[in-house]
Design a protein around this ligand. Structure first.
Ligand SMILES: *[C@@H]1O[C@H](CO)[C@@H](O)[C@H](O)[C@H]1NC(C)=O
Ligand SMILES: *[C@@H]1O[C@H](CO)[C@@H](O)[C@H](O)[C@H]1NC(C)=O
Length: 194
């Protein structure tokens, strides 16, 4: 009895392993035309590089031609301006002077997201204009406690030369005019990209 069952059991096991090996095999071919594995060379992705960029971010809220505009006033009367949203198209320059070479624009917004201190949520794209980086961008999303000496924020992605980008930025205030609200901030960007 047992001897007659054994071959049946063995063949069932074989089928079982055959089926389960199918389900754990990664998708190599097509999956109903919806998803497929791709050789990274087909996208022109060679060796991953680490780059460092340094420039100055100009937040101009005063005067007749501001680069930063308040779009949502603070929700309540708090010292941290909690709820404020400011839209920016801030120049990024090589040196700390606004008249120095323009290398890009910081486009996005910052919002006051802390009730305890001045802590901003930064959501911005650095749209580069300089040399081979012209037309490429990186995206920053992070927390900016503006009175800290160095604020670190993640680079969460990018476009063009910065496809698959990841990294971080360090921001430190170069100068701030408390009368006008204008500020110049040094940005150091460390980013992995192809
Ligand atoms: C905001 O708070 C300050 C200090 O408590 C008060 O003097 C001022 O009137 C308040 N402003 C508004 C718009 O509520
Ligand atoms: C950047 O690219 C734009 C659009 O192609 C072009 O008009 C502009 O002159 C370029 N700027 C630099 C500095 O190369």
């Amino acid at each position: 009895m047992a001897r007659r069952f054994l071959p049946i059991l063995a063949s069932q096991l074989l089928i079982f392993f055959f089926m389960s090996s199918f389900s754990t095999t990664p998708v190599t071919g097509e999956d109903g035309g919806f998803a497929r594995r791709l050789d990274r060379k087909l996208l022109g992705l060679k060796k991953e590089k680490l780059s460092h960029f340094r420039f100055y971010w100009h937040d101009i809220v005063s005067g007749s031609n501001p680069s930063a505009v308040l779009v949502v006033p603070p929700a309540s009367n708090t010292s941290t301006a909690f709820g404020l949203v400011t839209m920016i198209d801030d120049p990024l320059t090589l040196g700390p002077k606004l008249s120095s070479k323009l290398v890009g624009k910081a486009q996005g917004f910052y919002a006051s997201a802390s009730q305890q201190e001045l802590g901003l949520l930064m959501v911005m794209n650095f749209a580069f204009l300089e040399g081979k980086y012209n037309g490429s961008s990186i995206t920053i999303l992070g927390r900016n406690a503006v009175f800290s000496a160095v604020r670190e924020m993640p680079v969460i992605g990018g476009s063009g030369l910065f496809r698959f980008a990841r990294g971080y930025v360090q921001a430190s205030t170069h100068s701030a005019d408390f009368k006008t609200g204008d500020a110049v901030v040094e940005y150091n960007v460390y980013v992995f990209h192809y």
